[in-house]
Design a protein around this ligand. Structure first.
Ligand code: ATP
Length: 492
């Protein structure tokens, strides 16, 4: 049994690998830092999270549509968006260990330890100093703060630091056969720009009226200075973003609405509300006039899972400037104040941006439980993933009680009648108890056992993951029983 939250986190990572959720990428070559692969159960869980998001955003809102834009885009897009000049982290190297750190993270760790030591006012002061230095892009000041705080490299133990430098997070590559500066393109660091540059295509072809949204799920790439905390900070990851286009002046109202709506989406899965909190940004990104993060309490503290940003008309106006194409929308609605149509304008944008991989980790951690089942007679325990049934990779497992007497054939027949609608697993190896444990470990909500009685009256036993209770039900009702429990209606 694990004691500390640190142990639990280690166990979750080990569990994710052992049960086919997440593998280190290129593992036989000792892995590739901050890159991971999703296994057979992980990809099912990830797909279910995507479906939950897509249904909530696109299917349930008739003014939101989804697109799938390319990862490669015209390089000028990243000039216009500010990423070529501004998408960077301040980094610092220790001259003795040659290790590289993010200057802001060294300071944040220091702030957290001051807080832990009860030195709240010192922590607050440092936070303020750091925010000011970041806002002013005052790199020498960041270094001064690191020196003043006597922050040492955890590897060398010295404070022998280089200057702080900006490090751009975009990966670049070349298109075509001849490598030349003008052929440099970037792997997108966010999916949002694919939405911005298509906004008029979608608006016109879909006859969309403001306010409307465009959603997208896709890969994003960032050359993170340091990778840490498993799939929290990856170099290749997936985002689920939605840009909501609104009339200028109404952005605050929509910002508040989306901030609330998105937290509700998280809570509908049954997660305890105290595990979430909002965090308001003090240092706003170059494009934003307001920003909140939705944070989850991971075993290593509260971390951002989703950002809600009021991006103003920054991106569209920049694209108008750089592409010399009109990015305006004609709003025929009449302004009650002037009695005239609102007319042409560049819309304002509220963005909701969630990291799929962080959502995945949150879901896994939240579901993971090492449950003590000991009785007076004997010690016993199980590891169970209490995933919401909508998210469970396998919806039900089907077991013949034994490998003979026609039970496997009957179990297969039942499986065949259900497998079009649900992802199922058939298992006949080992004792039933062992098979239950394996399914608990991947979060399967139901185990269905086919026994000799099934051959007589076509009933089966269902064993429920959370309560471990068993009941006998007619096999022809399984469709409805499973269907009701895993229905998206339970969360949407
Ligand atoms: P952080 O401050 O943690 O680096 P960010 O503020 O740069 O995150 P955004 O640019 O707002 O993140 O991206 C939106 C979402 O994408 C984040 O809330 C997060 O869930 C996810 N995300 C960002 N960077 C990564 C990464 N390197 N690996 C995994 N997910 C990420």
């Amino acid at each position: 049994m694990s004691n500390t939250t640190e142990d639990i986190f280690k166990n979750v990572i080990a569990h994710a690998k052992e049960y086919g959720f997440v593998f280190p990428s290129s593992e036989i070559y000792d892995g590739l830092s901050a890159v991971y692969d999703y296994g057979q159960n992980g990809s099912e869980l990830k797909n279910n999270l995507k479906t939950y998001w897509w249904k909530a955003m696109v299917q349930m809102n008739d003014n939101i549509v989804g697109i799938d834009s390319a990862i490669f885009m015209h390089p000028t897009i990243w000039k216009a968006s500010g990423h070529v000049d501004g998408f960077s982290d301040p980094m610092i190297d220790n001259k003795d260990s040659k290790k590289r750190y993010r200057a802001d993270q060294l300071l944040e760790d220091r702030i957290a330890s001051l807080d832990e030591e009860g030195k709240t006012s010192e922590a607050e002061e440092l936070q303020l100093e750091m925010d000011n230095a970041l806002k002013a892009e005052n790199l020498p000041r960041l270094r001064e703060l690191i020196i003043e705080q006597n922050i040492k490299c955890p590897v060398s133990g010295t404070a022998n630091w280089t200057d702080v430098r900006q490090f751009n997070l975009m990966f670049s590559t070349q298109v075509g056969a001849i490598a030349d500066e003008s052929d440099t393109i970037y792997l997108r660091p966010e999916t949002a720009q694919g939405i911005f540059v298509n906004y008029l295509n979608v608006q016109k072809s879909g006859r969309m009226k403001i306010p409307f949204g465009i959603a997208q799920i896709g890969k994003a790439f960032r050359n993170e200075v340091i990778a840490r905390q498993f799939i929290i900070r990856m170099r290749e990851f997936e985002q689920m973003e939605m840009q909501f286009f609104v009339r200028p002046g109404t952005q605050r109202e929509w910002f508040d609405k989306w901030k609330e709506t998105r937290l509700k989406w998280h809570l509908a899965l049954g997660t305890a509300p105290e595990k979430y909190r909002y965090h308001e940004h003090t240092k706003l990104a170059h494009y934003a006039d307001a920003a909140y993060d939705i944070e989850f309490n991971f075993p290593f503290g509260f971390k951002e899972v989703e950002g809600i940003h009021s991006r103003t008309d920054f991106d569209l106006s920049q694209h108008e400037k750089f592409s010399r194409k009109k990015m305006q929308y004609f709003d025929p609605e009449v302004d009650p104040e002037t009695g005239k149509p609102y007319g042409n304008y560049v819309p304002y944008v509220i963005e909701t941006s969630i990291g799929l991989d962080r959502m995945f980790l949150l879901t896994l951690i939240n579901a993971y439980e090492e449950e003590d089942l000991s009785t007076e007679e004997r010690q016993d325990s199980r590891t169970v993933l209490r995933l919401h049934p909508c998210l469970a990779p396998v919806k039900a497992a089907i077991f013949p009680l034994t490998k003979k007497d026609g039970l496997p054939e009957k179990a297969r027949e039942i499986m065949d009648s259900l497998k079009l609608d649900f992802n199922l697993q058939y298992e006949e190896k080992d004792a039933i108890g062992k098979r239950y444990r394996r399914q608990d470990a991947i979060g399967t909500p139901f185990c269905i056992t086919v026994d000799h009685q099934t051959l007589e009256d076509n009933t089966v036993t269902i064993r429920h993951r959370d309560t471990m209770a068993q009941e006998r039900v007619p096999a022809d009702q399984l469709d409805k029983i499973i269907g009701d429990l895993v229905s998206w209606k339970n969360v949407l």
